[in-house]
Design a protein around this ligand. Structure first.
Ligand code: AHR
Length: 532
């Protein structure tokens, strides 16, 4: 009997020890040091993009037939939703569209504007919306216009004349034409990109890197002679295709245009092609790797460049998003092209892109979600209504809260390895090791610290100690969470399943650390103060 009791006691002790080692997991850690600074966050990373494609312009921002439109045909409900994104900069008018767009078709009396075959996306382009309509829209939205010139079928002269029309106050023909069209003051467009995806075989007027660089350099010369204050963006490699080394294109363009341009544009679209959640949510890390490679290439060229007192070249991720569902022939063209509907996992990927931009704030000074409405977009509209897609919410949180200096944070948490996967349809396969379940970026602005955390874990909450290395957390931390019942949850006209929810604030008082439990498949933003 005595023996049995002892055995029983030992069993209980062993059980307790075993369960202790199984369940007493250590918390993850995020260490924040306000002295470890990456660089200034440029607000232009919260930019957007409006292209004459599908129902982005016609039936999106502009729809004279809709009951929600004003007397100029502007969709006021879409405009209000767009205002919520606090968009500093909006790229226009394309995209692939721009490579056969002749801007003069879209100015002057509407009844005299020619309709054209739109060859990039197979529509009829009525030209009822053009330069001046976009400028009016941009002013209403409070966004800075960023124009792309046609270096496909367009000439360098046409590009120069567009700058003259937009930016020269008075005197020459095109400046006077703008005045005649009802705009006495210049539009002062600061940002101009020299073509779009000129490396792509699909681009109308596609060129090789040498020929593109020559044409871009001459266009830049004429455009700058017209307005010396403009900022120019070179078309970098758009896609990472097998047998087509993107670094070769970027190397040539950077070497040839290193004295001339202010940014190099990069594009990335990702998709959950194999329906593998963990692969998919790691894809923004590939953007981060590419950023680092191009940063090195820029640094190399800057050593040789003759730029006077101009800043070095920066990276503009001027198209990024998730785009894989509407990519079959019939969904790529026509009136309803690229009408991707988004879910929660897509929202987590967008948060991942934005975190990556913040973590590379020293070199990424512009980024544009492609696109604003209907076409791979955060806002989705039909004639009689609209709704905000899942991807709207992380972008809104970033664009309204994350400013100042990006901090270099230390994150200690569990990790996973992905399988081989494809980012985009034509991309080479990629693979990621040691992907942290927690993806973190932090900004610091006049005592205010904003901590952006994705918990990529599909099933587990992650308890995390958030530690300040320099200064103390003080006061209430506001908490905003984007989440939903499951990773495939979507929004629609009559249901908002995924959105930002303000949670109970975390109270701190001159504290070196606090603990927060990040729920599974969530994006959380914590906003409070660090005081010295
Ligand atoms: O954003 C959709 C298209 O994607 C753009 O027109 C083009 O630049 C890119 O290939």
């Amino acid at each position: 009997m005595k023996l049995k009791i002892r055995q029983l006691r030992n069993l209980v002790i062993a059980g307790l020890l075993f369960s202790g080692s199984l369940f007493a997991q250590e918390n993850a850690r995020i260490k924040i040091d306000i002295d470890r600074q990456i660089g200034e966050i440029n607000n232009n990373i919260y930019g957007n993009f409006v292209e004459h494609l599908g129902r982005c312009v016609y039936g999106g921002i502009y729809d004279p037939e809709s009951p929600h439109s004003d007397e100029n045909g502007i969709r006021t409900d879409v405009l209000e939703a767009a205002k919520g994104l606090n968009i500093p900069l909006t790229r226009y008018p394309g995209g692939n569209f721009v490579s056969n767009y002749h801007w003069k078709d879209g100015v002057g009396p509407k009844e005299e504007r020619p309709a054209r075959m739109e060859l990039a996306w197979a529509r009829l382009e009525t030209n009822q919306f053009g330069t001046n309509e976009f400028i009016d829209y941009a002013r209403q939205l409070g966004t800075e216009p960023y124009f792309a010139v046609n270096l496909g079928t367009g000439t360098i002269k046409e590009a120069q004349e567009w700058v003259e029309y937009c930016n020269v106050k008075e005197g020459p023909y095109y400046a006077e034409l703008r005045k005649k069209h009802g705009y006495p003051e210049p539009h002062n467009i600061k940002y101009w990109s020299l073509g779009n995806e000129m490396d792509g075989f699909w681009q109308m007027g596609h060129l090789n890197a040498e020929d593109y660089s020559k044409k871009a350099r001459e266009a830049a010369k004429l455009m700058r002679l017209t307005d010396p204050n403009i900022k120019l963006i070179a078309a970098g490699a758009s896609n990472f295709r097998p047998n087509n080394d993107p670094h070769e294109w970027n190397a040539t363009v950077l070497a040839e245009l290193r004295d001339v341009v202010d940014y190099i544009a990069l594009h990335m679209y990702v998709g959950n092609h194999e329906d593998n959640y963990y692969n998919f949510v790691s894809s923004p890390l590939v953007l981060e790797e590419r950023t680092q490679v191009v940063k090195g290439m820029i640094q190399r060229e800057m050593e040789k460049a003759d730029r006077g007192d101009r800043e070095p070249i920066y990276i503009a991720w001027d198209e990024y998003n998730i785009w894989y569902r509407w990519r079959q022939d019939e969904t790529m063209t026509g009136e309803r092209a690229l009408e991707e509907r988004y879910n929660l996992e897509d929202a987590l990927v967008i948060a991942g892109f934005l975190n990556a931009f913040i973590r590379n704030a020293d070199i990424v000074k512009m980024a544009n979600m492609a696109q604003l409405v209907n076409v791979i977009a955060p806002i989705f509209a039909e004639k009689d209504g609209m709704f905000k897609q899942t991807i709207y919410y992380p972008l809104q949180l970033f664009a309204n809260n994350m400013f100042g200096t990006a901090l270099d944070v230390y994150v200690d948490c569990d990790t996973y390895d992905t399988d081989e996967f494809y980012l985009g349809l034509a991309e080479q396969a990629t693979q990621q090791n040691d992907v942290p379940y927690l993806d973190v970026a932090v900004s610091y602005n006049d005592d205010e610290v904003v901590i952006a955390v994705i918990n990529r874990h599909k099933d587990k909450a992650i308890a995390t100690d958030i530690i300040s290395q320099e200064g103390l957390f003080d006061g209430e931390f506001e908490v905003y969470e984007v989440n939903g019942p499951d990773i495939k949850a979507e929004n629609d006209f009559d249901k908002t399943t995924v959105e930002t929810v303000q949670k109970e604030a975390v109270k701190t008082k001159k504290a070196e650390q606090f603990t927060y439990q990040f729920p599974p498949h969530s994006f959380t933003m914590l906003k409070g103060k660090i005081v010295r």
